[in-house]
Write a protein that binds this ligand. Structure first.
Ligand code: IPD
Ligand code: CA
Ligand code: CA
Length: 416
């Protein structure tokens, strides 16, 4: 019943937009030159809010343009309303924008509607009942990985932002089939649900942008989480990573390797370390050959990373011939990974090796350590040499990572 009310309301709002789109209207800046609101956004939101308030006076409404009072808590029934999602498209292209509405009951989004106004396409989802496009049932999402995915990505990834370092997401652009920045979050999620794109990634969305689209994606078997795999909340801005289960896992496992957390930043200290016992467990995480680790401990210098009093990481520098330093056994405590501690220890190693008169920094890792190979290359290291069967010949036994057997040692260098 409530869904037919919502559909009727959205269709009426769509007609209003189509009627006004070619007329002249006022455009105002909100926070910046790319964040605009027009008279039409406001008029559409007013129409929607007034009809909801008249029919369901006890319901709360969270609308982008603030027509209704923003709810303090998400209790009871809450409507999330974006009267025009993709205002820049609306103004410039006169297409590819949507009305996005979601209905949450007691903290759970039960209905989602995304209406592509100019294409007259109504995407609808009801929790537990699937999703439809103009009445036709949408089928389950196909599984994808980044390498075979056609993606919608908000272009903000190319500029520095608070969520993630651009150089971490750039490889996704390079590795995927293609990327587009379509400029209307709700529609991009709806297209994902309809199989028109295979993933959607953005750094910053508000609940009215994604609440409806997220349900659409979930109802066809997809997953929608933050860039770090956390559940999405509905009380403020968030990053969004959406796609099939395998696509989301692929992005988190192989690309989002560094979470830039404000909390982790302030008190990380990296200091010289003298006793083996305290850092042993960390060092053997990086290299299970403990006899070799001990030897390197005697030979080189060890540093530990501290968050308060907690040792969260360690690494060693060993002098090699020809003004070279080798960085060995860099490790971060498992529960402290993805907090940029590894990057910061690497930066620290570069600084210290330079101060010690080094001209080149060397690191070696295994052929199966895909994350490490990515990590070092992102930090400016280039491939230097390969020693075939090194790990087999040095008694490492059978180790497998990411479906690859550990066999060959790969060394990379970067100038200091
Ligand atoms: C915006 C669009 C855009 C997204 C922004 C949203 P608006 O909504 O969905 O694609 O990247 O985060 O704010 O302002 O056009 O309703
Ligand atoms: Ca929006
Ligand atoms: Ca909007």
């Amino acid at each position: 019943m409530i869904e037919w009310f919502a559909v009727d309301l959205i269709k009426q709002a769509g007609e209003l937009i189509r009627r006004e789109i070619d007329q002249s209207y006022e455009v105002e800046r909100k926070t910046g030159k790319g964040d605009l609101v027009t008279e039409i956004d406001r008029a559409v939101e007013q129409l929607i809010v007034h009809r909801i308030q008249k029919t369901f006076p006890e319901h709360q409404i969270m609308g982008e343009e603030g027509t209704a009072d923003q709810p303090d808590t998400l209790t009871g029934t809450v409507w999330f309303v974006d009267p025009i999602d993709g205002t820049l498209n609306f103004i410039h292209q006169k297409r590819m924008f949507a009305i996005s509405i979601a209905i949450m009951v007691d903290g759970v989004v039960e209905y989602g509607f995304v209406y592509d106004v100019m294409a007259d396409e109504m995407f609808m989802a009801r929790r537990g009942y699937g999703a439809t496009l103009n009445g036709r049932t949408l089928t389950k999402l196909h599984e994808h990985h980044v390498r075979d995915a056609f993606l919608s990505m908000n272009a903000t990834w190319v500029t520095p932002n608070h969520q993630i370092a651009p150089e971490i997401l750039a490889p996704i652009v390079r590795d995927s089939v293609g990327t587009r920045a379509h400029g209307a979050a709700s529609l991009e999620l709806a297209w994902l649900a309809a199989g028109r794109v295979d993933g959607y990634i953005t750094m910053r969305n508000m609940p009215w942008d994604y609440a409806a689209g997220k349900l659409l994606v979930e109802e066809v078997g997809g997953r929608v989480v933050t860039l770090y795999g956390e559940p999405i909340r509905y009380d403020g801005k968030t990053s969004v990573l959406a796609g099939s289960e395998s696509f989301v896992n692929d992005v988190m496992k192989h690309y989002v390797i560094a979470k830039v957390t404000a909390e982790a930043k302030p008190d990380l200290r990296i200091v010289a370390h003298e006793t083996y016992g305290e850092v042993r467990d960390l060092l053997v995480l990086a290299n299970p050959n403990e006899a070799m680790v001990r030897e390197q401990f005697e030979e080189g210098r060890t540093f530990r990373a501290l968050l308060g009093k907690e040792i969260v990481g360690a690494y060693m520098l060993v002098a090699r011939e020809g003004s070279r330093f080798e960085l060995v056994n860099i490790a971060v405590k498992p529960e402290r990974q993805n907090q940029t501690i590894g990057q910061r220890m690497l930066q620290d190693a570069v600084k210290r090796a330079t101060l010690l008169g080094g001209k080149e920094l060397l690191v070696c890792t295994g052929n199966s350590s895909i994350m490490q190979l990515r990590f070092y290359q992102q930090a400016g290291f280039r491939f230097d040499s390969v020693e075939r069967d090194y790990f087999i010949n040095h008694g490492y036994g059978e180790i497998e990572e990411d479906g690859l057997a550990l066999r060959d040692r790969i060394c990379l260098t970067r100038p200091l």
